[in-house]
Design a protein around this ligand. Structure first.
Ligand code: ADP
Ligand code: MG
Length: 919
């Protein structure tokens, strides 16, 4: 039972006030067929909409089953429309992109009825209206009468108590009108049907009550319903059930809608995906670059160790102070109006001196050897390499059979400069043109230890990976060495002379020509690999080049050819086992000498030296120099005088002569003013000179001897001697190379060293230059800055694209206004409406995300080939990380949802009546 009590409704459009309903009162029975007749504009539709809860009344009351609707909330109205009322419109108002069945199901869908039930009930309803065979047609594939019957089936599917029909036959011919009217009459048997019409005949024929309306007033009622308060049943609030729709339903609703507009949906998704593509591409590129950097880091870390030298200069602190050029480039922090001081030179000097450090590697090695040290966790697969300075000589015969010392000393004519060196005499600077030239100094070292690998491997992969073996193999034993060529298979000619591959006589000729200012032309020669490999090198440990004198001291026999020949006959022969050349893109082609030997030789030499007589002797008398028999550090002047005398007495004849010559020339005030009559020193024989020294030593004066001691006799130190003898203490490496596998572990090692430094005394602290860190950290910063900038660009494009998506959603909402009206009419709540539109943007967002990722993946194929072509290699590979792709899709969905949020809210707020009126 419906009571309409003095309901008024006005429409105000601009200045015009239109009264659609003017205090209309009307009671409707639970079961009757009411026809509302009236001319156009008389307020029929408005009345129907008010009854159906689609429109709100301004004043009066609508009482449903004795309960006022004055306090109805939106939710109550939605539920009322969905469960109690069914609407049929003149223009059918079917949703065009849904099938007939889906249209009918819609009302059930909104009430949250299960899919199976929905289908069954909708089919039943359609069968009832005689359309059981047209379930899967689209509305536009049907006739008007059929469409109206679909609309009736939709109105009835929820089995409502009230059916409201607004001119249901208005658009139909008379024949189909009759069919529809018959149907309505049938329907009216067990419910209230209110039908608006302006066809009096139809009203007369079918309705059992006719209400005439004009200008918002009721003119006539053929069968009024007087309520008598006694017979009234007590007010009954019927549970009308909830109007709710699952997310899945709204998704499928939107999905079907989008399916009918594939082209537009694709374009929308594509527009939305552009931002995603941008981000995805940047992500892929920076991912590629980052992987590349990581690889480089690992490569770098495995090839370049943290190097700690026993003696080092801390370049980083000099760099930090700005380097030598800093004082000129320093920013001026004062005006140019007075005289100012500039202390940078002094500051620089202080940094320079404080930057020069000695590291106590003996203590540090103890720390590294301790298995409990934290640092061990970060050591890479190449481990820690300790290097020791071992000394040995390598000799060979040149093609003419001349003995050659491979350090180049036999090539130079500065023989005498080296002779006294090992006797404790101050060495004189090497002379002659060859020693002045770079790479030709007499002490060039053509032998170098190869970086050892882990587990006893003699050549580290860090080295072997960077070289091609072009003949033979890497050395495998202590007496095996390898020849190292440059990228063009070449070796410097002077090195070839030093190694005795070219005859040394030829070299001397060349040098003479250079000295005489003649032009020289070096012809290019070549050798077969096996010819070079067959060459024999004789290795003589330094400890072997000393023999014991009769007085218990030792002397060097390096200049004694017969002794040296003897040694050579028993020397270890070094075999050249192979020839290597740096690879094209070698990262660590770090062997700088022509011949590489292995750690095995170093170990052999360390043992050999420790077992030698001279090293043992020196170890037994740590305070006395076994070469001179003098104390390393005499305590008093008397001792020094004694030592000086002893030293001079023990010299050989030629050494005595040389010394005497030296000393007299330096003691005479000026050259040439020698006493007249006295024989000139330069004309005297060695024996005479030696005799004069002996004569002097018979009654020497202490002052002179003390002066001689201080000026000419350096006793050296124990350590210097040991090193000259080739002895090495395994506890005192000359350098420590620590390898890690990652940049991170390198940082950890740096920190571990910092911790170590914090725990030891100042002298034992370790200083080293972290070149890799300096190099790589700035690179990473640059890369980071670039990625941030790119990401900022992309963020802008993302914002733009989400605005675009917002606009597109907005337009789509406008286009679907009618649908919103229909949905509201059959009971969809505002929430349902925004849900449907959110579902649509969700689908679009998902599509654009997936589309963006797919397009990116496709674009990456040509992009990568371009990168490879530009770089000339395939080290950088742009690739979209999986997690990144997922995040981007989610981001796209979120952004589109945000973009579509406002339009969908707006859609939900649309007045259903206005929505329905739009075409
Ligand atoms: P009927 O259905 O009888 O033709 P309506 O109920 O549609 O009449 O309209 C009643 C009156 O209210 C008409 O004068 C119409 O112009 C006016 N009217 C209806 N809807 C609106 C509206 N949304 N805004 C302004 N005036 C309206
Ligand atoms: Mg109307």
């Amino acid at each position: 039972m419906l009571q309409i009590e003095k309901i008024s409704k006005k429409y105000i459009t601009g200045d015009l006030e239109q009264t659609a309903l003017d205090e209309v009162s009307l009671n409707l029975r639970d079961n009757e067929f009411v026809a509302i007749l009236g001319p156009s504009g008389s307020g029929k539709t408005t009345l129907l909409n008010v009854i159906g809860g689609l429109d709100r009344y301004d004043s009066g009351d609508l009482i449903i089953n004795g309960i006022s609707t004055k306090k109805y909330k939106d939710r109550d109205w939605d539920s009322y429309r969905n469960h109690t009322v069914g609407f049929v419109f003149q223009s059918y108002n079917l949703i065009p992109h849904q099938s007939v069945l889906a249209n009918v199901e819609l009302a059930l869908t909104i009430s949250g009825i299960s899919k199976v039930d929905r289908k069954r009930r909708a089919t039943e309803a359609l069968e009832k209206v005689g359309l059981g065979k047209h379930l899967h047609k689209k509305p536009n594939q049907m006739s008007g009468g059929q469409m109206q019957r679909v609309a009736i089936a939709r109105a009835l599917v929820n089995d409502p108590k009230i059916l409201l029909a607004d001119e249901p036959t208005g658009a139909l011919d008379s024949e189909t009108s009759v069919q529809v009217m018959d149907l309505l009459k049938e329907v009216a048997k067990d419910r209230l049907v209110v039908m608006v019409t302006h066809n009096p005949e139809l009203a007369e024929e079918y309705a059992n009550r006719i209400v005439k309306v004009k200008d918002g007033h009721i003119l006539d009622d053929s069968n009024p319903f007087q309520l008598d308060s006694e017979s009234m049943t007590p007010p009954k609030h019927e549970t009308m059930g909830k109007a709710s729709m699952s997310l899945l339903t709204s998704l499928s609703l939107s999905f079907n809608n989008l399916k009918t507009k594939k082209g537009r949906t694709f374009l929308t998704a594509f527009a939305g995906s552009i931002g995603i593509i941008g981000i995805a591409l940047i992500l892929s590129l920076s991912n590629g670059v980052n992987t590349y950097i990581d690889d480089i880091q690992k490569d770098t870390m495995t090839s370049y160790p943290i190097s700690i030298e026993a003696e080092s200069i801390d370049l980083s602190s000099i760099m930090a102070s700005g380097g030598p050029g800093a004082m000129h480039n320093k920013e001026l922090n004062h005006n140019l109006d007075e005289v100012y001081s500039n202390g940078s030179t002094l500051e620089m000097a202080s940094t320079m001196t404080s930057s020069f450090t000695k590291n106590n590697l003996t203590e540090f090695k103890k720390f590294l050897d301790n298995p409990n040290s934290e640092i061990n966790k970060y050591i890479g697969e190449n481990g820690i390499i300790y290097s020791y300075n071992t000394k040995f000589g390598v000799y060979t015969k040149d093609p003419n059979g001349t003995l050659v010392n491979t350090d180049g000393s036999t090539l130079s004519d500065t023989k005498d400069s080296n002779t006294t060196m090992n006797n404790g005499m101050p060495p004189m600077p090497p002379m002659g043109p060859m020693s002045m030239m770079p790479g030709m100094s007499s002490s060039s070292n053509n032998f170098e230890e190869l970086l050892p690998g882990k587990d006893g491997v003699l050549a580290s992969p860090a080295i072997t990976d960077s070289y091609d073996v072009i003949y033979g193999d890497w050395p495998n034993a202590y007496d095996e060495v390898i020849l190292v060529l440059d990228k063009n298979n070449e070796i410097a000619t002077n090195t070839l002379y030093q190694l005795g591959i070219l005859p040394s006589s030829e070299y001397k000729e060349i040098m003479n020509k250079i000295e005489n200012g003649e032009a020289i032309k070096i012809e290019n020669k070549s050798w077969k690999y096996e010819d070079i490999c067959n060459k024999e090198f004789y290795m003589i440990p330094d400890s072997d080049t000393y023999v014991k004198n009769s007085n218990g001291t030792f002397k060097s026999i390096k200049e004694d050819t017969t002794e040296m020949d003897n040694l050579l006959n028993n020397a270890v022969k070094l075999k050249v086992t192979g020839v290597v050349r740096p690879k094209e893109d070698a990262k660590n082609a770090s062997i700088s000498s022509a011949i590489g030997y292995t750690k095995a030789l170093t170990d052999y030499l360390i043992n050999y030296a420790n077992e030698s007589e001279i090293v043992k002797a020196q170890k037994d008398s740590p305070t006395i120099n076994v070469l001179s028999g003098l104390e390393f550090s005499p305590n008093s002047d008397e001792d020094k005088v004694k030592d000086a005398k002893k030293y001079l007495e023990n010299l050989g004849v030629s050494d005595k002569a040389k010394f005497f010559k030296n000393i007299t020339s330096s003691m005479q005030p000026t050259g040439g003013s020698s006493r007249p009559g006295a024989p000139s020193i330069s004309t005297m024989s060695e024996a005479q000179l030696a005799g004069m020294l002996d004569e002097y030593l018979k009654s020497p004066d202490n002052d002179t001897l003390l002066k001689i001691y201080d000026a000419y006799i350096s006793t050296g130190t124990y350590d210097e001697n040991m090193s000259d003898f080739g002895a090495v203490s395994l506890d005192a490496p000359s350098s420590i190379n620590i390898y890690t596998d990652s940049f991170e572990n390198k940082e950890n090692i740096s920190n571990a060293i910092k911790d170590y430094n914090a725990n030891v005394s100042k002298e034992d602290q370790i200083n080293y230059t972290d070149y890799i860190g300096l190099l790589l950290s700035s690179v990473t910063t640059i890369i980071n800055v670039i990625s941030y900038v790119l990401i900022a660009f992309v963020a802008v494009s993302l914002v733009v694209s989400s605005i675009m998506i917002g606009i597109i959603t907005f337009i789509s909402v406008m286009k679907r206004t009618k649908e919103i009206g229909i949905l509201r009419a059959i009971g969809a709540s505002k929430h349902n409406i925004s849900q449907v539109f959110n579902a649509e943007t969700l689908i679009i967002g998902l599509c654009s995300g997936v589309l963006g990722v797919v397009i990116t993946l496709l674009l990456l194929i040509p992009i990568n080939s371009i990168i490879h072509a530009v770089l000339g290699n395939d080290t950088v590979n742009a690739s979209l990380p999986f997690v990144g792709a997922i995040i981007l899709i989610i981001l796209s969905v979120i952004l589109t949802l945000i973009g579509g949020f406002i339009p969908s809210k707006k859609a939900a707020k649309k007045d259903p009546v206005i929505a329905l009126r739009t075409e």
